[in-house]
Design a binder for this molecule. Structure first.
Ligand code: ACO
Length: 370
């Protein structure tokens, strides 16, 4: 038995939800470029859950269901008000999502119908939780969802209390489409491992949120913005990046375990970053990102991943930096729940082996002789 570090190249499951073949990402066989151009996030959610694009009636029903379930139990909002004001946003989301299970009487109902209903609740309540967290820590009351036809619009409204503008809704919607699913990424794998014990869907999503939080995964988008802010000016880029690369430190938002010739999602986010920079009149973050890309790709051959340009996109949308990863979770909830439903439908416990490299033939020594 020989272990492969980081399970690189190991095929750990069969799935019909999304694929990465020769650098091309598809959801249910639809190229991400096609979906990013044409599909709404709600259509993608339906596609991931049901394996086909919705008809108009099916889409309307899904939007109605998402709106109907978007209110978070009052007890969860009450608990959130007791969280420290400086709580880590992903820790807060993980805790709140875990506690949703306490107030859902069908939390442990394992029927496919109940699990689909819980997927709808999670998909609609995670944005409500993220928006409520932002308002509570700002000393404001959380706002109930308004029933817009788009989750992106509801979220922006619930976060700011203002009618969101069309540009912001469309940009966020596209970002949600691009982040929705990604084969056996670390958080999705964590979700599948969790529910393969036949525990409940809330446990699976709680595991996934904890896994997404890390800077090698979803947490990289916040780390990219922190880096841009630390660099501060265009002139500082060269010395900063050169020093990082010399010290063999990682530049956040670059590299990928699967894509070695570039992440197909990055070009869409780059384009959005450019367009939003023009609209807001602040091209600074975009220009700095382009320069960093030139340097890192030029010197290391590493290409930007999904997290790199999403940082400047979200900043242009005036979203606080530490909500970038929670927004990733809002989107990826669709993929996580699709994978959980797929796992339940044909389950087998996920239990790999370890290559033992520790000492052997040890003999117990009584404590007073050690
Ligand atoms: N900056 C500088 N060097 C890098 C970077 C980077 N961002 N990424 C990889 N490298 C280098 C490593 O130092 C290593 O060099 P070495 O062979 O000289 O030691 C080599 O490239 C291979 O890197 P690994 O970390 O072994 O690659 P792995 O497949 O394990 O990791 C990962 C992939 C985690 C994405 C890595 O590229 C990384 O840490 N990137 C920065 C964090 C990031 O952006 N994460 C988001 C990924 S996308 C997502 O999850 C949504």
């Amino acid at each position: 038995m020989t272990a492969t570090k980081g399970l690189e190249g190991i095929v750990a499951a069969q799935s019909s939800i999304s694929s990465i073949i020769d650098g091309v990402l598809t959801y249910r066989g639809y190229d991400i470029d096609d979906l990013a151009e044409h599909a709404s996030f709600e259509e993608v959610v339906y596609l991931l859950w049901h394996g086909k694009l919705p008809t108009k009636a099916e889409l309307d029903q899904l939007i109605a269901d998402l709106n109907a379930h978007a209110n978070v139990p009052a007890a969860v909002i009450y608990q959130m008000k007791t969280y420290p004001k400086d709580a880590n946003s992903m820790a807060a989301l993980r805790t709140a999502v875990s506690s949703l299970a306490l107030y859902d009487e069908e939390a442990n109902d394992m029927s496919p119908e109940a699990n689909l209903r819980k997927a709808i609740k999670l998909q609609s309540q995670i944005p409500t939780i993220v928006a409520a967290f932002q308002r509570i820590r700002s000393g404001l009351e959380p706002i109930a969802p308004k029933g817009f036809k788009s989750l992106a619009a509801n979220f922006l409204y619930q976060m700011t209390g203002k009618e969101p503008d069309k540009v912001a809704i469309e940009a966020l919607d596209k970002a949600l489409v691009l982040h929705a699913d990604h084969e056996l990424n670390a958080s999705t794998f964590a979700a599948r491992v969790t529910v393969a014990t036949l525990t409940d869907i809330y446990s699976g999503i709680t595991s996934a949120i904890g896994t997404l939080k890390g800077p090698l995964h979803g947490g990289a988008n916040e780390a990219v913005m922190a880096m841009l802010e630390e660099i501060g000016t265009y002139e500082n880029i060269e010395p900063y990046i050169n020093a990082k690369l010399e010290k063999k430190e990682k530049v956040m938002g670059f590299g990928h375990r699967v894509y070695k010739n570039g992440d197909p999602r990055a070009k869409h986010l780059q384009k959005m970053s450019h367009e939003l920079g023009k609209i807001t009149g602040n091209m600074n973050w975009y220009n700095m990102s382009i320069k960093i890309e030139e340097m890192v790709t030029g010197q290391k051959g590493l290409k930007p991943n999904v997290d790199f340009y999403s940082a400047s996109v979200y900043t242009s949308l005036e979203i606080p930096r530490d909500l970038f990863t929670p927004i990733f979770a809002i989107s990826r909830c669709s993929g996580w729940t699709a994978h959980i439903l797929e796992q339940y439908a044909d389950n087998r416990l996920i239990r790999p082996r370890a290559e033992y490299v520790g000492p052997t033939n040890q003999k117990y020594v009584p404590i007073e002789q050690r």
